[in-house]
Design a protein around this ligand. Sequence first.
Ligand code: SF4
Length: 334
Amino acid sequence: MQFDNAYFIIGNAYAGKSTLARLLAERHGGILCGENWHDSYPEPLDAAEFPALLYTRDLKDWRAFIRRSPKDYEAWYDAVSRECEILELRMLPEICKRGKPVFVDTNISTETLRRIAAPGHVLVMLADPSISVQRFFERPDADKQFLYRLIQSEPDPKAAMENYRQGLMRIHSQARYDRLLHAGFPVILRDETRAAEETLALAERIFGLKACVSLRPHHGMCFQFYAGKGYSAEFTDHIGRVVRALSDNPQTPVRLTCSADVVCEHCPNNIGGVCKTADKVSRYDAAVLDACDLCDGDELPYAAFSAQVRERILDAGLRRSICGDCEWDALCTR
Ligand code: SF4
């Protein structure tokens, strides 16, 4: 079995896998299978088949969780990974059938990936393993902070923390890092001086993805009136960069996508890849596609798309009927 349209990202913690998977999905109009996406498996899990995944569900006292020996912690972690792989492999065929690129932040083992992934569709991302141990409790996640408080409330918090740290050191060991590093797949090492866009470009080269910019159809209208205003300073800077890049390189191919796009990447209204005003912007997108006689997923040079928007919508006097209820409408009345 091969998942030709799936791109798999594996690696260790803090390497940036989930951020990269999200950016790739947004940039290439793809489907995101983000961190812990197996949680969306639609069927109830059988306790005999998934004992590790159900361990925490059936736990009576979380002290048992933090008091496990480092060896037991590691064994449980490995069992969870194996069970996640089973779920992912059950869910992927249906997702891949949708015909879009699928970006998977995955638990699937390198052995299985060699069998199921298309050539060039696996990327390893790695961070120094000591970061994962040192920074484990720095993350604001509620579950990590809960564990931290639990450890601190143990009769001997120092010993309890050391026991937990030893478990973390096992699952983030140098040996595991080296195995991934030398698994035979391309590797991107964590580099805090590298911008997310640069990591994205590296991954695109590794995966052989065409430098195609994903664009919500209605943003083709917004771009015609861009005046340096937006929902936040970061967002305004970002949209300015996108508009300039496309204006300077009008032959850049764009893929029209009725979901989060290159513009949405830095928008405060983008909540986990979904726009806060999804109903409204989807209506705008559909109307632009209809007016320009285009479809979701169509690819064409930016110049051609922009010209269609001008001729068929702006020059035809249709703009207000499409997005007249937008809060920025006054900016576009020129
Ligand atoms: S408002 Fe919605 S559609 Fe517009 S840029 Fe923000 S997230 Fe994207």
